[in-house]
Design a protein around this ligand. Structure first.
Ligand code: ADP
Ligand code: MG
Length: 218
C-alpha cells in the first residue's frame, strides 16, 4: 500500500464512484429525520427534507453519474444539488462539489487541491469560516486532517481513519458554539448547546465516503 501522497486523480470512470453515490444517498436517507430534528432546534426544520430532495435527484441520475470520470461527476452532482436542495445548504454543497470537480479536472489534480478549492468555495459563498457553527466546522478539519496525513506520509487507511475522526470531532465541536451565520444566528445565545444540522450532514457524507474508501483498502 502506498503512502498518502498526491496520487493522480482518475480522469476515467472510477469503479468506486457508484458505491460512493450509493453510500451518500443511503446516509442521507437513513438520517433525514435526525437532520430535521437538529434543524428544528436551531433553524426552520427543513434540512433533512432539503437534503433528501437533493439526494433523490442524485439517485435518479445515479447510473449516469457513476459512468463519468470523478471530476465531471462531482461537477454534475454539485449542479444537481444547487437545483434541488433549496435552502442555504443547496448552493453551499453545490459550490463545494463544483469547485472540487473543477480542481479534479486539471492535469495536476490532487485530492489536496480538490479539498482546498472545495472548502474555499464554501467559505466564499457563505462568507463564513470555521468557528461559526456551520458545515465548515466539519469541512475545514477534514481538509486539515487530509493535508497533515499527506505531510506525514501516512498510509491511506490511517489517513482515512484520521479524516473520519476529524469529521466526527468537527461535528461535536459545533455544540458549544454560538452561531454567527445562517438561520441559527437569529437565536444568538440560544443556539449554544445544539449540534449544527449542516455540520451533521457533512459528517454523515464524509463518514460514508471514508467507509467506502476503507472497504477498498483492507
Ligand atoms: P436553511 O438555513 O436555508 O433552512 P438548511 O436548513 O438546508 O438551509 O441548511 C442549514 C445549514 O446550512 C446550517 O446548519 C449550516 O451548516 C449551513 N449554513 C447556513 N449558512 C451558512 C453559511 N453562511 N456558511 C456556511 N454554512 C452555512
Ligand atoms: Mg433549514
Amino acid at each position: 500500500m502506498n503512502a498518502t501522497q498526491e496520487a493522480p486523480v482518475l480522469q476515467t470512470p472510477d469503479p468506486l464512484l457508484g458505491r460512493l453515490l450509493d453510500a451518500a444517498i443511503e446516509a442521507i436517507g437513513t438520517n433525514a429525520e435526525r437532520l430535521g430534528d437538529l434543524d428544528r432546534a436551531i433553524g426552520d426544520g427543513d434540512h433533512g427534507l432539503n437534503m433528501l430532495r437533493g439526494f433523490a435527484a442524485l439517485a435518479a441520475q445515479r447510473d449516469a453519474l457513476a459512468a463519468l470520470p470523478l471530476a465531471a461527476a462531482l461537477e454534475s452532482a454539485g449542479n444537481l444539488l444547487v437545483m434541488n436542495v433549496g435552502g442555504a445548504s443547496g448552493p453551499l454543497y453545490g459550490s463545494l462539489l463544483i469547485a472540487m470537480g473543477k480542481a479534479g479536472a486539471r492535469e495536476d489534480a490532487s485530492v489536496t487541491a480538490m479539498l482546498d478549492e472545495g472548502v474555499a468555495a464554501v467559505k466564499r459563498r457563505g462568507r463564513s469560516d470555521r468557528g461559526e457553527k456551520t458545515m465548515l466546522d466539519v469541512l475545514v478539519p477534514v481538509q486539515l486532517a487530509w493535508e497533515q496525513s499527506c505531510r506525514e506520509g501516512l498510509l491511506p487507511r490511517a489517513a482515512l481513519e484520521r479524516v473520519r475522526r476529524a469529521a466526527k470531532e468537527g461535528l461535536e465541536s459545533t455544540r458549544p458554539l454560538l452561531a454567527t451565520k445562517g438561520r441559527a444566528s437569529f437565536l444568538r445565545e440560544r443556539s449554544i448547546g445544539h449540534l449544527d444540522p449542516g455540520a451533521c450532514s457533512s459528517f454523515l457524507l464524509i463518514d460514508a465516503a471514508c467507509g467506502v474508501f476503507l472497504e477498498d483498502k483492507p
